[in-house]
Design a protein around this ligand. Structure first.
Ligand SMILES: Cc1ncc(COP(=O)(O)O)c(C=O)c1O
Length: 497
């Protein structure tokens, strides 16, 4: 290793250490059921990451210069427009997309808004191809938009080995292409599962789709924070990605601006789905001409400028560490988490855990024997101040599939219908998910808490009521949100009223 690369690596480690210490809310304290309060262990980054304090600081510095980007003359409008344009360039750089042939635009609420726009546009742009291929692993946001806009959507199951599911089954996907290749508009596939953290082979899927004239649309909502994205520039251009979608709240930025990165030609051939101010050149009473340029064409209305700037600040910050460095660090944390969790008595870990079978990043899901997921998550929160998510993570088919597999061993004698009913009743699990601020000590805290829950299960169960919706409520301990924060309380205090 030469001196320059050693310095670069040291720098990247230093920046990463700084970011780790300074995420907003990392040291939040809340009261716990055992008495007193505890520092929170945040293990819910797959839902939303904490924002980086550096991003917050950048936004605070920007606020005095905030103006509408559709005003172009005055100084603050020029600052806002310049930075908003820069935000687009950073998104393209971060996703490794060549700006000559790819463009990006911001959408409304999260990756969901982006995916809906993509489905509607590609349906109209390529009407002769009326089928979408997706996987069983998908978040509903990368499933329902395709179902809504296409007459047929094929869901490919995951590979299965030693009773655990791995990444999407490529052999099955090849068969579907052999059978329906000419009808398939695109493959919509997640880069990283929000349930198991399993990483899919998106570039192999791209090559397969392109051989049949289909496109690949990657849901990068989970991928963006954990794994480098390389949209274009592969030695074999068939491995390039056509569309990549993600959103700010999962990459350490505030709010949820959605982003679509796409080949220009795909969005240039049809009129944009959204129309209004900012995307037209001239409007007469009986007609209008749509701007030829991107991102204007796809960004009708006043954009969420602070959202885009916050997202760009976060992506630029991550680039200073290097996504390869982040991926390597997180891979180490994931191996540690899987090994430690495997030692908890009565735990079921979902998805393949052998790294030779599939790579995983960012999330682990599990259940404890004899504990409903709602109970485990409630005790982790109430007694240990460990923030996790439970239930189905907006991925019902995938969770049902994994729960069914885990029940099969103990379900001898049940018919398929009975097994399905049982899986539906037991549907749900607990997810611990990680961001750059998590360390081995957070995993240790989780594992110690799970050991304690297992050991004291009966005693703890007696302290909770099970509500009809499956949530568990402590009988004597309760948390009053207003003691932590309320908008009204904050405004009153600031006004001195
Ligand atoms: C894999 C995946 N895709 C899509 C989404 C939807 O993203 P958003 O909430 O930004 O619309 C999520 C959110 O959890 C996700 O995890």
């Amino acid at each position: 290793m030469n001196e320059a690369s050693t310095i670069a690596r040291n720098d990247s480690t230093r920046v990463l250490e700084k970011l780790r210490r300074e995420a907003v809310g990392l040291d939040a304290h809340y009261p716990v059921a055992g008495g007193g309060e505890r520092r929170r262990t945040y293990l819910d980054s797959s839902a939303s990451t904490l924002r980086l304090s550096i991003v917050q600081e950048v936004l605070d510095r920007y606020q005095p210069h905030y103006a509408n980007t559709h005003s172009t003359l005055h100084y603050a409008a020029r600052v806002s427009t310049t930075e908003y344009d820069w935000a687009h360039r950073v998104v393209l750089e971060f996703t490794g997309a060549d700006p000559v042939n790819w463009m990006c635009f911001f959408t409304g609420s999260g990756a969901t808004a982006g995916m809906n726009r993509v489905a509607r546009t590609l349906r109209r742009a390529r009407p002769e191809r009326d089928m979408v291929v997706t996987s069983m692993m998908e978040h509903h946001s990368n499933d329902l938009p395709h179902r809504k806009h296409f007459p047929e959507v094929v869901h490919i199951a995951s590979e299965s080995s030693s009773d655990a599911l791995g990444c999407v089954d490529l052999a099955r996907m090849r068969e579907v292409f052999e059978q329906h290749g000419a009808r398939i508009n695109y493959v919509a596939i997640t880069g990283v599962s929000n349930v198991t953290g399993i990483v899919n082979p998106i570039h192999e899927i791209a090559a397969l789709a392109h051989r049949h004239g289909a496109l690949i649309v990657v849901d990068a909502a989970q991928m963006a924070a954990h794994v480098p994205i390389r949209t274009s520039g592969h030695a074999d251009p068939a491995r390039d990605l056509d569309v990549v979608v993600f959103s700010g709240h999962k990459v350490y930025a505030p709010g949820s601006p959605g982003v679509v990165v796409a080949r220009r030609e795909l969005f240039a051939s049809t009129e944009p789905e959204e129309v209004g101010g900012g995307m037209v050149d001239t409007v007469w009473q009986d007609r209008y001409t749509v701007s030829a340029g991107f991102p204007e064409r796809e960004e009708a209305g006043t954009p969420n400028v602070p959202g885009a700037i916050g997202l760009a600040a976060a992506l630029y910050t991550l680039q200073q560490v290097g996504m390869a460095t982040i991926a390597a660090e997180e891979s180490e944390l994931m191996s540690y988490a899987l090994a430690q969790l495997a030692g908890v008595p009565g735990i079921t870990l979902y998805g393949a855990t052998d790294p030779k079978v599939c790579v995983r990043t960012g999330a682990v899901t599990f259940n404890l024997e004899g504990c409903e997921h709602g109970f485990t998550a409630a005790v982790l929160n109430d007694y240990f101040n460990i923030a996790v998510r439970n239930e189905c993570f907006c991925a019902h088919p995938y969770v049902r599939e994994m729960v069914t597999i885990s029940l099969e061993d103990s379900a001898d004698g049940l018919s398929n219908d009975e097994l399905e009913l049982l899986a539906q009743q037991r549907r749900g699990m607990v997810r611990a998910s990680f961001g750059i601020y998590n360390t081995r000590s957070d995993v240790d805290a989780l594992v110690a808490a799970l050991h304690s829950i297992t050991a004291r299960k009966d005693e703890l169960l007696a302290l909770y009521d099970r509500l009809p919706n499956g949530d568990f409520r402590h009988r004597t301990f309760s948390f009053d949100c207003a003691n932590a924060f309320s908008v009204r309380g904050a405004v009153d205090e600031l006004l001195g009223v």
